[in-house]
Design a protein around this ligand. Structure first.
Ligand code: 5AD
Ligand code: SF4
Length: 487
């Protein structure tokens, strides 16, 4: 028998959770071709850069990564280099011209063709560029499994307590600043039975939490006449052994009463919603084509808070959208003050190819954008501090994910007698906690994947710090339905 050569693939994932999911899918497909994952480009036979085009900075990162890889290829000509994701979709031709060593450009809607292309490259063919946006093969909504769907969900990429599941791709909203509809294509939802099947497989491989992914999950299934998003949540919550469900991202205009009601009904649904507001000014929202106003937004949040008191709300904000005045910006700060987001992601507006706002006049200067971003982040840091300090002394159910950065030995504070673990509360707050080396405390390894109560002792800028309740030693925790309960 001839011995098969071990091949290695490194996938660099940039951008959003959608890319993390696609990387998992590519890892699985390549595993079938004999590729083991590696973190080191030096050891890899194939490197894939899974790219993001959402903002200018993200795109620059892609270009510098590809530049570095092509330089490595000059010394190791057998190295195969591929680029996937949004920049691949958008800039296929440019990339091929600019990077001579590039072997494969794979668009966002043809990921399932990766194995065929890699086989061809191994046989000396190429370079190959495929950025077709075929209608039929992203998700098959007839109930039959499409080519893309025949990949069983977990293999090489298995492991992990918290996993992503894509429920839809693309977007039909055309916000004026956004490149997504052009690089990910139109909105397509995946049949609920495929989603539930994948969640089941993830849970049997050890997942306790899933995050359902889509650009606008609230409009799930509408176009295809599948079930509604709240119904999908209900179906997913029926998976035994699954403890927590999260979802991203919701568009405020589509946040229905039925979804608000789902927070009332479905216990597994975590008390957190990421609801990008983008701006607190009605006139900016209008020009962004967001189709809601600040009042609508605040009313939606009030409704959510009335059914789920204590629900954490996080958001995305763009500063310096064309025509944003000082007054518009102040309206955004005022909205932050009124809503009291847990945390937020804030971005300086950047022109994107194809997105209509690139043609809007009255661009905000780079200096003003920087200054506004700084002010907004400072402002929010104060609000986050206030919220987090108010949590000191409370007990939170934390789903333990593993050792924290410090617990893994990073940084000077490393203390091997006090391993530090990390996990998340239902509100998606990061909670780190120390374990004392004592017979009463649990073995760190056994805690991973368990939901345990943690007493919050301190608020940090982006996380909380706690400890296990002293009078509830591990020996007395009982594992019940995957949860550890104090006896
Ligand atoms: N410039 C700056 N930020 C942007 N985002 C999307 N497009 C742009 C752009 N052109 C931000 C939005 C979105 C998040 C994922 O990225 O806030 O919610
Ligand atoms: Fe982009 Fe708007 Fe679609 Fe979100 S909803 S992906 S911001 S176009």
């Amino acid at each position: 028998m001839t011995e098969k050569k071990l091949k290695r693939v490194m996938i660099q994932t940039l951008g959003c959770q959608m890319n993390v999911y696609d990387t998992g899918r590519m890892t699985d497909m390549l595993y079938d071709l004999g590729y083991e994952p590696t973190d080191s480009p030096g050891k890899a036979d194939l490197v894939i850069v899974n790219t993001c085009a959402i903002r200018e900075k993200a795109e620059q990162k892609v270009l510098s990564s590809l530049g570095r890889l092509c330089a490595i290829k000059q010394k190791r000509p057998n190295l195969l280099i591929a680029v996937a994701g949004c920049v691949a979709q958008q800039q296929s031709e440019k990339l091929c011209q600019r990077f001579e060593g590039l072997d494969l450009v794979l668009g966002t809607r043809v990921i399932h063709r990766l194995p065929d292309y890699v086989r061809a490259l191994e046989n000396g063919k190429g370079p190959i560029a495929d950025v077709e946006m075929p209608e039929e093969n992203v998700f098959d909504n007839t109930g039959l499994r499409s080519e893309a769907e025949t990949q069983p969900p977990l293999k090489a990429s298995s492991g992990g307590v918290s996993r992503y599941v894509t429920i839809m791709r693309g977007c039909d909203n055309f916000c004026a600043y956004c490149v997504v509809p052009y690089v990910r294509g139109w909105e397509t939802s995946r049949p609920p039975e495929h989603i539930v099947e994948e969640v089941r497989a993830l849970v049997s491989a050890g997942a306790k939490e899933v995050t359902l992914l889509g650009q606008n999950v609230n409009s799930y299934g509408k176009k295809e006449g599948l079930c509604s998003f709240p119904r999908l949540l209900e179906l997913v919550s029926g998976v035994d052994g699954l403890e927590r469900i999260r979802f991203v991202t919701s568009h405020p205009k589509d946040l229905s009463d039925e979804l608000v009601e789902a927070f009332n009904r479905i216990d597994k649904l975590c008390s957190h919603i990421h609801l990008p507001v983008q701006s607190g000014s009605d006139s900016v929202l209008k020009r962004m084509n967001r189709k809601y106003g600040r009042q609508d937004y605040m009313e939606r949040i009030e409704k959510l808070r009335s059914v789920r008191p204590g629900i954490a709300v996080t958001t995305d904000v763009i500063v310096g959208f064309p025509g944003e005045t000082e007054h518009d910006f102040e309206m955004t700060l005022d909205l932050l003050e009124q809503v009291k987001f847990d945390t937020l992601f804030a971005f300086e507006y950047s022109d994107r190819p194809q997105a209509p706002a690139r043609r809007f006049k009255e661009k905000v200067s780079a200096d003003d954008k920087k200054a506004r971003l700084r002010e907004l982040l400072n402002y929010q840091a104060g609000i986050t501090r206030q919220i987090y300090e108010g949590l000191v002394g409370s007990i939170m159910d934390v789903l333990v994910e593993g050792f924290s950065r410090r617990g893994r030995g990073a940084g000077d504070e490393k203390d091997l007698n006090k391993p530090e673990m990390t996990g998340r509360s239902p509100q998606n707050r990061i909670v780190n906690f120390e374990l004392e080396h004592s017979t009463k405390q649990p073995d760190p390894g056994q805690l991973v994947g368990k939901i345990i109560p943690v007493v919050i002792e301190r608020a940090c800028a982006n996380s909380l710090k706690g400890k296990l309740p002293a009078d509830e030693p591990a020996a007395e925790y009982k594992s019940k339905g995957g949860k550890i309960h104090a006896a």
